[in-house]
Every structure is written in structure tokens, then in C-alpha cells.
Design a protein around this ligand. Structure first.
Ligand SMILES: [Zn+2]
Length: 171
């Protein structure tokens, strides 16, 4: 428990150093730097479950950050205000924020859990764009056909979004 409190305190201090109008990329980089430094404090199960190692090394310039609907100032406030109850919860917070920052909303509401918009991912197995829910296990094609378990979803990069005609950001 001490370790968790200390980690959250460290993270909060790091985030407090960011300016009020911090950009999404600056915010994500700050979070990622911290995660990279503290990765060893998480159990290997947690690192694996929340893909922390991948998130700690992801190259943000490959992703459409400015199309994400994230409000970095709000995220900073929330991360500081909400004390995680366990290392797992902290890992989940980090995963959710980092993923939200690099992914693009599809504009399609999840037909399964009805609590979130589907996010644009790329399936490495079928090599196609897939809309998936971050709240439940739902995944579908952009046309709406449900997908089975036989897929490996990763956040769609700018290049992938361009290739598949999902409008890419200008930068
Ligand atoms: Zn869902």
C-alpha cells in the first residue's frame, strides 16, 4: 500500500509541473516517461494484462493524437484527484488514458454494452480496420458485422487510417 501511495504521489507531482494548457502530446509524453521509469514496480501479470510495456514504448508521432477527443487538462486533474485503490487500478488508469490519447473514436456507439463509442483499431490478423469497445469485449467491422475472438487489435496508426480512407489528420 505504501508503494502505491508513493507512486501516485510521484505521478501527481510530475503532472502538476505541466502547464494549465498542456497539449495532448506533452501530457502523454509526461505520463509515458513516468511509466517507463516505474514499470518495474508493477507485477509482470499487471504489465502484461494492461500492456504497460507496449504503452511505455509506443511512438506517439505515429498516432493521430490531435484527433483524439481527450482533454489533457481534465485528465491531469482527474489523475491527481483520484487515488487508485490498487496497483491494478493504477495500471488500468494509465492504460485507459494512454490508449484514449492515441486512438480515434469511430462515431459508432457500442451495440453490446451501450456505454461507450467504439474506437478505431487495426486487426493485425485480418489486416483490416476494426471498431472495438474499450468497456466490453465487443468488436465489429466498420460495416457492423461482429468479430470473433480470432483477432489481434492494436491502435490504428496514422498510416493505417490513411490507407483505409479513415480521414487522417494533417500534420
Ligand atoms: Zn461495449
Amino acid at each position: 500500500m505504501m508503494k502505491l501511495k508513493q507512486l501516485h504521489l510521484d505521478l501527481s507531482q510530475r503532472l502538476e509541473e505541466l502547464s494549465e494548457d498542456v497539449s495532448t502530446s506533452r501530457f502523454l509524453e509526461c505520463l509515458q516517461d513516468w511509466l517507463r521509469q516505474e514499470l518495474g514496480k508493477f507485477s509482470s501479470e499487471t504489465v502484461q494484462r494492461y500492456q504497460l510495456a507496449e504503452l511505455a514504448t509506443i511512438e506517439f508521432e505515429r498516432y493521430p493524437l490531435q484527433r483524439s477527443s481527450m482533454n489533457p487538462t481534465e485528465e491531469v486533474r482527474r489523475l491527481i484527484a483520484v487515488s487508485p485503490s490498487s496497483m491494478e487500478t493504477l495500471a488500468m488508469f494509465l492504460r485507459d488514458v494512454l490508449r484514449a490519447g492515441i486512438t480515434v473514436s469511430s462515431g459508432v456507439w457500442c451495440p453490446n454494452c451501450d456505454s461507450a463509442e467504439l474506437v478505431t483499431n487495426f486487426d493485425e490478423i485480418s489486416q483490416k480496420i476494426v471498431y472495438a469497445c474499450d468497456r466490453c469485449i465487443w468488436a465489429q467491422t466498420p460495416e457492423g458485422s461482429p468479430l470473433g475472438a480470432d483477432c489481434h487489435l492494436v491502435p490504428a496508426t496514422k498510416i493505417v487510417l490513411e490507407q483505409f480512407g479513415a480521414v487522417a489528420p494533417k500534420n
